[in-house]
Design a protein around this ligand. Sequence first.
Ligand code: NAD
Length: 477
Amino acid sequence: MDVFSYNYDRKQIKSGILHIGVGNFHRAHEEFFTNKLLEYPDQQHWGIHGAMLLPTDEHLYKSLIKQDNEYTLTVCGRNGQDKTYRIGSLVSLDWSLENPENILSAIADKDIRIITLTITEGGYNIEKSTGEFILNDEGVRHDLQNPHTPKTTFGYVAEGLRRRKSAGNGAVTILSCDNLQHNGDTARKSFMSFVKAQDTKLAAWMEENVTFPNSMVDRITPATRPDDVVRLNTKNGTNDEAPVYCEDFIQWVIEDKFIAGRPAWERVGVEFTDDVTAYENMKLSLLNASHTLLSYPSFLAGYRKVDDAMRDERIVRFVRTFMDIDITPYVPTPSNIDLDLYKQTLIERFGNRSVSDQIARLCFDGISKFPIYVMPNLIKMIQDDADLTRVAYLIAAYRHYLKYRTDDKGNSFEIAEPWMTQKDVNLIDSHEPTDFLSLSAFRSTDLMAADAFLKSYLTMVDAIKSNGAMSVLESIL
Ligand code: NAD
């Protein structure tokens, strides 16, 4: 298949953005838009310098370095037509375990005017019941005591900005691209809390010199597994050790609050607005919450791919009813959006055969996802005495998934919950199903006090244990 190469001289590109967390989503979304933008001669100072901060990034880092940070992105059409692009916008890349100084220098560099982030929902280190930054986290404690040799994103950004400030290199924007409600406000909370605890003079400088726009990001990007690498290279006739693939839908809506200038991303389809709240709310409440809603029941039913689960009418009905009955009343629609069409498109996107997203990816880190995607609307539903059957079923299915780690077909599986505490483990291990409702994921409300929810949840817990997840799902459709 043809690979569409970028149409600019890569040697002429200068970095104006430092990105932390060069995972698959970033490489399918911000790099995709920026790669197109760099074709404009007046935008060639907006290349991207990547930074990876985790030991687990080693393999991807080394693969990208070997190919001068270029990679292929295959965009999978809902019509079955795929298109592959060679992406050149990631002009340099550093891994903190190898080149920590390069990352700090880049944050301090005058030419870098935006720091973008995809460090996952849990990466902001926010306590779920209070919404406060956790100062008593091991990595954070290390960085507070060792400001010049940081380990966390917060420590890196603080030390880099300290150097930027003393060199007189001016203001910078920090732009979160993670799936969080008000991701800019959350990023501000995390970075400012850290810096206030470490260096009050730097905190005062940041108040004047750093902005944190909110943004809504959207493009389903599965993890690239080793068999995908072989599949994509065979199909594309390439030899790429780090290919990415994603769906054809893409959206990025950003608050226009860039203190040190920004790329003209609007030329390639990015939307700028004064208030991103309605877009964020719609996307997190419908797309991300539906992903979470379908993930645990589908996994327990034995499905491993989202498109396979979306061929099961029961799952489609479950998701669509959740969107229409449970969530729509709480979603003010942005003026240029047709909500019915948006929901229908979501169903089509989830069913995209050539994306074939992993359900395990959706199940990953539920502890961080529930508080953002599910709890805000559940709290409103409880207040409004709404029908809580579907959400009670979801939470019972989540417990079953975490506790028994065996699906309806008897297959056992591993779970991936990087932010699970020992207390969470004890609550899951407990024989008493009500204990599970004190999991850190649900701390924003007292689910035990919600009688209707509790009754429904306890019924679902027993029924899933006796009859399996799918049979219970059928009974509530
Ligand atoms: P990924 O696993 O491919 O990449 C995650 C990246 O985040 C890695 O580079 C990792 O090193 C970094 N990271 C994780 N925890 C970190 C921490 N504590 N500190 C610093 N860096 C950290 O995952 P992905 O698919 O790229 O998704 C990343 C995030 O992007 C999601 O959590 C979500 O917020 C957002 N997102 C993803 C999608 C998608 O479909 N994949 C869609 C919209 C938004």
